[in-house]
Structures are given as C-alpha cells and as structure tokens.
Design a protein around this ligand. Structure first.
Ligand code: 9MG
Length: 294
C-alpha cells in the first residue's frame, strides 16, 4: 500500500490519525526515568512528566514520545514491570487528553500495553528485532519508527566500526521495512531513523546526516533525533545543557536534508525556529521514489 495520496503528497498514518507530510512534524521527548528526575517518588514523577508533555503540546509538538528506559550510552535495562509502571500511567493520561502518543520501547509487552492504552506509534531503537515485537505492531494500527543502532546502549559507543556507514544503515533499514511490509504493516505506517549517536562516531553521524537524502529516497518518512547529542557537544564544545542552539540548528539541517519528523527535548524553541525557517526558506519536499511494484 502506498503512503502517497493521488496527488503524490506523502502521508503517515498513526492509528486513526493521518498526517499530511507537507511540513516538518515535531516529536517531544518525555522520559520517565530516574535519569531525568532525581526525586523518584511516583506521584511527583507522574505529575511532572504530564505537565512537561502538556506544555510541549501547547508549544506545538505533534506527538509525545514517552520512554521509561534510558537509551543513553552506558545505560542498562529495566524490567518489563518497571518500565510498564513508569510509562503506562502517562500514556493513559495523555491519550484521554487526545494527545498523540508514541511509546519509546524495545519491549513487546510494553508496546502492546501502550498500544492497547491508545498509543499511536512505537519508537523502537532496535527496529522491532525483539521476538514478538513485529507481530505486536503488525496486529495493531500503530505506526512504527524503525531506528538503526550498532550494538546495545551499554557498550555501543566503545568502538563503532563500519565499512560504509551510509550503505550499511540504509541496507539495514530497508531490510527491516520490507520485513514489516511482508508481515502486513502498511508502508504508510513506517518511519525510518538512522539513529544518530547509536553506535556511531562523530564522523559516522556526520556522514549519515550529509547523506540523509539517500535514506529519504527509500520512500518512507525519516525521523531525525539530534537533540542535545554528543556530536553537537563535539562540534560546539558545549556541555549537554548548553546545546539548545546546536540542537535547533541540527533539526533545521535535518529538515533541509529531507527529514519529516524531528525528535526534540526543546519543543517551543524548535517549533519557533521551524516556523520561521519554513516561511523564509520553504523546503521543496522531495518526491520520494515509489517502491517498485512486484
Ligand atoms: C529513544 N531515542 C533517543 N534518541 C533517539 C533517536 O535519535 N531516534 C529515535 N527514534 N529514538 C531515540
């Protein structure tokens, strides 16, 4: 099934929602993890996360990505139960407020619970490679973001190596997308993401960014997540909490290179920047190649 309307415009279908991809979309990041809150008492955590998410929506976010397990370099994993305990209350509270919710998880049990609670997208940094993950998504109407990662968060930045990072990332995502389509996930529900910072050096990240149009040309919407990442620290010499300008510049550059969605922590500033930039330098949204028939 095509992700194009009769007039050629690209779309993304997220459950009952359909986005016309004629402007960049903004995904706001809300992490319900001890990394993001030093005080871990559940009610405070929940109220604070809910307020943060609703503020992002007021500021112009199109979707909120709720995550309960850190994927930062060096992070270790949490149990299914703990992750469910962290994310489900927030997913439910956002869904009843008619917020489009994405769940950032690699765990099929969390995917299923979040989708059952009304999440319209699964954001999986492992591209649905866990057993059962693909079938959970295939049995639903949720959209999915397939991200490339070399290795696992705990060790991925130790010594990432590629022969040709652009070709390898593209091939991996293309194979994963085809596997999803073969399992019955409509093309119009699939998003691809090169996974900046996930098992990649600065040079790998920059090569992928410069070649982003090649990924876009596969014909799926592309999501770019640059927000506060260490490559931006490398380029600017700034600490993580001083990377706002660099993060905005990276989001704009990603959109200029064809990204359809940017995943950001600083929604208000990114939305403002995109509004001005799109008005002053409207992007020619590239006509991505249709998948060959047969
Ligand atoms: C969870 N997470 C952290 N960074 C990310 C990125 O760049 N893309 C996606 N899809 N998820 C991310």
């Amino acid at each position: 099934m095509s992700n194009r309307l009769d007039d050629g415009a690209a779309t993304l279908t997220l459950g009952p929602r359909r986005w016309l991809l004629d402007r960049p979309y903004v995904m706001g990041v809300v992490n319900v993890t001890p990394d993001s809150f030093s005080d871990c008492s559940k009610p405070l955590n929940f109220e604070k996360s809910l307020k943060e998410a609703l503020t992002m929506i007021d500021d112009g976010a199109d979707i909120i990505d709720v995550g309960g397990e850190s994927s930062r370099p060096g992070a270790s994993s949490v149990s299914d139960d703990e992750e469910l305990r962290r994310v489900l209350p927030l997913v439910e509270a956002l869904v009843v407020r008619d917020v489009a919710v994405s769940v950032d998880t690699v765990k099929p049990v969390v995917m299923k619970a979040a989708i059952d609670a009304g999440a319209v997208m699964v954001n999986d940094i492992q591209a649905l490679q866990a057993p059962e993950a693909l079938s959970v998504v295939a049995r639903s109407q949720a959209a999915v973001c397939l991200m490339h990662m070399q290795g696992a968060p705990r060790t991925m930045q130790e010594a990432p190596v590629y022969d040709d990072v652009v070709a390898e990332v593209k091939a991996f995502l293309s194979v994963r997308a085809s596997a999803l389509e073969a399992a019955g996930v409509a093309r119009e529900r699939i998003v691809l993401d090169p996974g900046f910072g996930f098992g990649k050096t600065v040079d790998h990240n920059l090569a992928l960014m410069r070649s982003l149009p090649e990924l876009v040309a596969l014909g799926y919407p592309v999501l770019a997540g640059w927000s506060r990442k260490s490559t931006l620290g490398h380029l600017t010499g700034r600490a993580v909490d001083e990377r706002l300008a660099a993060s905005i510049a990276a989001s704009l550059a990603a959109v200029a290179q064809g990204a359809a969605i940017v995943r950001v922590h600083d929604v208000r500033e990114t939305v403002d920047a995109l509004r001005v930039w799109c008005t002053m330098a409207p992007r020619q949204f590239p006509k991505a190649k249709e998948k060959p028939k047969g």
